[in-house]
Design a protein around this ligand. Structure first.
Ligand code: ADP
Ligand code: MG
Length: 383
């Protein structure tokens, strides 16, 4: 039985009726890393794994929710004081509350849901969950909230109900995702544009190192401070520079001896990365996936040597990708662990993946996980 059928069967057993089915997706980011807080571009897309939820209004003031994956049933009210203790339920509760805060109507409903985004692997299962319910509630109560605001409902849920101070990219990709398209989002202006991504003859595959080095959050704050410091130095010569992403490369060179070398290298990476996103977009419009791949390697190099947020496991996977003629490979996400994202020719896929699994396991004592992804639709009503 597939996920949808299991949901429908459970829904009928629990509630004795049928509801409507909604879905949303996890996401990848092809390129544009550590650019969001620098006012630069990110370039995400929704993927073919996500959350599916069946929902029907129940005429009460309570939400009745069943998580198939956790095999747990929870009931909660819709007042601020009704926050459920189960973390999965607090995402749904948060989405309800954030909808209400925006003037939307929310009343009681019954739901059963399940998902197939690996949790905590960097594919944003939480955004898939939030955007499924944000979209569904907006639809069912006919609230007329626009799509960007639906993404912000997910983001605010993370901030206010789940203790995660995330940016907007994950929820944006999950809500706006479209099959066969990546979306370039300008994190300063929030303008976005779709670009075709149909890599025929290639696979997009993530290799999860299954490590998370503890350095991550302190290092993240230090990187942000370096970027702000570099931007401030450049701003003295070029007042139009609000964020580091506004700066030209030569403007960074002008201040090289006014800032610590470390800050210079961080800024060099960011300015390069903003340009690489634009180059990848141009390449995609020509269907030039070889250039896309080369840019991914350049990003990895920058993240590893200039921004210094890679780690032994990720550098190992990246080097192996080069050795096996993989078209593009880089660490995806904040760094210090998590996944590499790889663009691999079909005929090289088997050899590369089996080598990566074997050699990684031999070196690090545990197997990596492999996730094949296809760029797919985001939040939607299922027919
Ligand atoms: P990620 O990087 O995957 O977003 P998070 O820690 O932000 O990792 O979110 C994972 C949380 O989202 C889980 O702990 C759970 O509360 C919720 N979640 C995600 N997928 C599911 C699911 N299929 N069923 C229930 N809860 C889920
Ligand atoms: Mg998350």
């Amino acid at each position: 039985m597939d996920m949808k059928e299991r949901i429908q069967e459970k829904f009928r057993t629990l509630y004795g009726t049928d509801g409507q089915l909604f879905a949303s997706a996890g996401r990848i980011n092809l390129i544009g890393e550590h650019t969001d807080y620098n006012g630069g571009y990110v370039f995400p897309g929704a993927i073919d794994c996500g959350i599916v939820a069946e929902i029907k209004l129940n005429g009460t003031s309570k939400v009745h929710a069943y998580s198939l994956d956790y095999d747990e049933y929870v009931e909660f009210g819709l007042e601020e004081s009704d926050k459920p203790s189960q973390s999965w339920a607090s995402y749904i509760f948060g989405v309800c509350r954030e909808t209400i805060k925006r003037g939307g109507k929310v009343e009681g409903f019954n739901t059963v849901f399940a998902g197939d985004v690996p949790l905590g692997a960097g594919l944003s299962s939480s955004a898939a969950l939030e955007s499924t319910f944000a979209f569904a509630i907006n639809y069912l109560f006919d609230n007329g909230i626009d799509k960007f605001e639906l993404a912000k409902i997910g983001q605010s849920t993370e901030h206010n109900y789940c203790g995660v101070k995330c940016g907007i990219m994950d929820q944006f990709a999950s809500v706006f995702g479209k099959k066969g398209s990546l979306i370039r989002l300008n994190c300063k202006t929030l303008e976005y544009k779709y670009f075709p991504f149909n890599p025929e003859g290639y696979k997009l595959v993530l290799i999860d190192s299954c490590v998370k080095h503890e350095l991550a959050s302190s290092a993240y704050n230090k990187r942000r401070a370096s970027c702000e410091n570099a931007a401030a130095a450049i701003r003295k010569n070029h007042p139009e520079v609000e964020f580091l992403s506004d700066a030209k490369r030569v403007w960074l060179d002008e201040v090289r001896d006014q800032i610590p070398e470390e800050d210079f290298l961080r800024a060099e990476y960011v300015i390069g990365e903003v340009q690489r996103v634009l180059d990848v977009c141009d390449a995609l419009e020509r269907g030039d996936y070889e250039t896309v791949g080369e840019m991914m390697y350049q990003t990895h190099f920058g993240l590893s040597r200039l921004y210094e947020v890679s780690c032994e496991e990720l550098d190992f996977l990246n080097k192996l990708a080069r050795k096996y003629d993989v078209t593009g490979s880089r660490v995806m996400g904040g760094g210090f662990g998590g996944c590499t994202i790889n663009l691999v020719k079909d005929e090289l896929y088997e050899g590369f993946i089996s080598a990566a699994v074997d050699q990684f396991t031999e070196k690090f004592g545990h197997a990596p996980k492999i996730y094949n992804v296809v760029i797919s639709d985001g939040a939607r009503l299922l027919q």
